[in-house]
Design a binder for this molecule. Sequence first.
Ligand code: AMP
Ligand code: MG
Length: 410
Amino acid sequence: MMSVRQVLDIVLSKTECLDSEVVALREAAYRVAAEDVLAPAGFPPFPASIMDGYAVVAADGPGEYPVAGQVMAGHPAGYVQEPGQVSYITTGAPMPEGADAVVRIEDTEPSGDRVRIKVGVQPGHDVRQAGSDMAPGTLVVRAGSVLGPAELGLAATAGAGTVAVTRRPRVSVLSTGDELQPPGEPLGPGQIPDSNHVMLSAMAQRMGCDVQPRTAIAEDTESQLGQEVRGSLRQSDLIITSGGISMGEADLLPKVLTDCGAEIHCERVLMKPGKPFTFSSWQAASGDRRCVVCSLPGNPASAMVTFLLFCVPALRRMLGHQPPALPRIQVVLDSELVPDSTRPEFHRVALAWDHDLHQGKGGYRAVSTGAQRSSRLLSMLDADALITVPPGSQPLPSGSTVAAIDLRHL
Ligand code: AMP
Ligand code: MG
């Protein structure tokens, strides 16, 4: 059986970054930048006042001065300010030529048709020099980073109206099993609701994928599975199936995948839950289309854990995220964890910040989500992180510091 590391290496080696598209900045929130964005010019583009007040010649010092004019934000002065004059100026307005400092309104007073400047200031006082917030050539967005609020604001400041982003991965989600009914439908004897389709679709959507509107559920027959898989291969970058890969009579997916022309690279992983995880890839005979298929076990908690461990890095690779793996953090166990004797276990935990940990420096306490049985989806509720519990015979004691995959970065 392959290790999680070996399978992850295979998944990443068969997955490549998708091509890019150019979109308007306002459409680009939370997408992944495909190219660096540089600021061609500095910001602000002109020396600007930091305050509402009077533009002065610093060397003139305190005193009463005639007002040469007023400069409002968005409107250049259009005149030269002589020594011995001041100009009314608003925050963000360009400094009039000749002035070299600003005295804020609170430090001035009207005096007939003149203005009394009550304080002395140094040249440059309350003036934002051109390029002082951002020098020309500054890298404001790095390729592979997510276009969050700061990146979008900076790209706009740098003068960009559009940005190159990686194309959204096209993802098909297929639940398999005769027992499954769409959510909300009445259940006959032996039937259960399909929880995996909505769950896995939501995860893919949250990662920025286009989830293809195809049939959600396939029965356990070669013909129906084959029809769904064949239909999805051409339209998808990633197919996520759940169920049908264990050792039972109705576990037909590996055969169906092979019949559809996919090559299976891994059929079992040394992990708990998720042992039956199967990974395959497909390429059109013409060579112009490729697709990878992650076949997850049917049990909902197993499906979630294998999605997190294998589909997330695959999708992050397609999207061009750097790095493809989710970040790891150190956490302190809130209770003892009993390991499996042979397989590493991915234990779901909630995280709580505890000020008292690590000699008062603070840290995350990891609280188990309870029984980890693979059918118990409640173990995923409130799960902020996955702890890898190495196989062994000794429990991991409460208070141990262990590494955890931080799921809050999805
Ligand atoms: P399988 O991997 O097909 O052998 O399924 C393992 C277990 O997961 C069985 O109890 C199935 O009923 C259950 N299961 C499979 N697919 C789903 C699904 N989409 N939603 C909820 N439970 C499922
Ligand atoms: Mg099944």
